[in-house]
Design a protein around this ligand. Structure first.
Ligand SMILES: CCc1cc2c(cc1OS(N)(=O)=O)CC[C@@H]1[C@@H]2CC[C@]2(C)[C@@H](O)CC[C@@H]12
Ligand SMILES: [Zn+2]
Length: 266
């Protein structure tokens, strides 16, 4: 029996459901929810898709914030110094923040799957359409408001660029802690291969708005076990509360409905 999002029922493991998702999992009338399973053979090559252009200024990095759901590395988005352009996008989009989703163990953790395969973690770089909308909060509510680049993390060699971020994580162990983090170039987290899938979707955390053009890189980046363990020692809980490890902070797969996933590669 294939579930409505065409992945076989999760017979081996009963995937954990984060408390945030124990409430109603669906948005009434939602037709373009995320994450989804990307069935490689069903994706459609689109020769008109352009290469994705990424230009980030490391000096726009501001701080790391544990918001009780993930840790966000936030950027100064008051100018067009860190932007993406091209790809499936009509405008350039400004980098606002990046964050990750991961599992308690390496068998799962990513939000998107490829042919029903989970990766241990997934990086999201959140950008907004400052050409058309005056603020990020307004762009969050619009169909072409956001563009999120997704990069899968797989277990392998230590990622030197990620290590500077990993070394800072103990300082944001608890929910609502923030530390200054003022130089970081997220381009170092991009895989070398330019290939990507793209589809129209949503935020995977509240407000779950259907405002995201997703750009999912085909090639994962490699990180080592110690780096994944560093993510898992963060807490969902504030200082003084009973400790709950920040793990399994990914939303369950959502139905594809009437959508096509396009690929930039054949
Ligand atoms: C980490 C998952 C996360 C948090 C947030 C967004 C997006 C997020 O990840 S995801 N997977 O791209 O959906 C976009 C909306 C953001 C929110 C962080 C908190 C806010 C910035 C609010 O203060 C106002 C808009 C909110
Ligand atoms: Zn995310």
């Amino acid at each position: 029996m294939l579930s409505h999002w065409n992945c076989p029922p999760d017979s081996l493991h009963h995937l954990p459901v984060h408390p945030l998702w124990q409430s109603p999992l669906t948005i009434p009338g939602g037709t373009r929810q995320s994450p989804i399973n990307i069935q490689w053979r069903d994706s459609v090559y689109d020769p008109f898709l352009k290469p994705l252009k990424i230009s980030y200024d490391p000096a726009t990095c501001l701080h790391i914030w544990n918001n009780g759901y993930s840790f966000l590395v936030e950027f100064d988005d008051s100018t067009d110094r860190s932007i993406i352009d091209g790809g499936p996008l009509e405008n350039q989009y400004r980098l606002k923040q990046f964050h990750f989703h991961w599992g308690a163990i390496n068998d799962w953790g990513s939000e998107h799957t490829v042919d029903c395969k989970f990766y241990p973690a997934e990086l999201h770089l959140v950008h907004w359409n400052a050409v058309v909308y005056p603020t990020f909060e307004e762009a969050v509510m619009e169909g072409d408001g956001l563009a999120v680049i997704g990069v899968f993390l797989k277990l392998g060699a230590r990622h030197e660029g990620l290590q500077t971020l990993v070394d800072a994580l103990p300082a944001v162990k608890h929910k609502d802690t923030v530390i200054e983090f003022d130089v970081f170039d997220p381009s170092c987290l991009m895989p070398s291969c330019p290939d990507y899938w793209t589809y129209a979707g949503s935020l995977t955390t509240p407000p779950l708005t259907e405002s995201v053009t997703w750009i999912i890189k085909k090639q994962p980046i490699e990180v080592d076990e110690d780096q994944l363990e560093a993510f898992r020692m963060l807490l969902f809980t504030s200082d003084g509360e009973e400790e709950k490890r920040m793990v399994d902070n990914f939303r369950p797969l959502q139905p594809l409905m009437n959508r096509t996933v396009r690929s930039s590669f054949q």
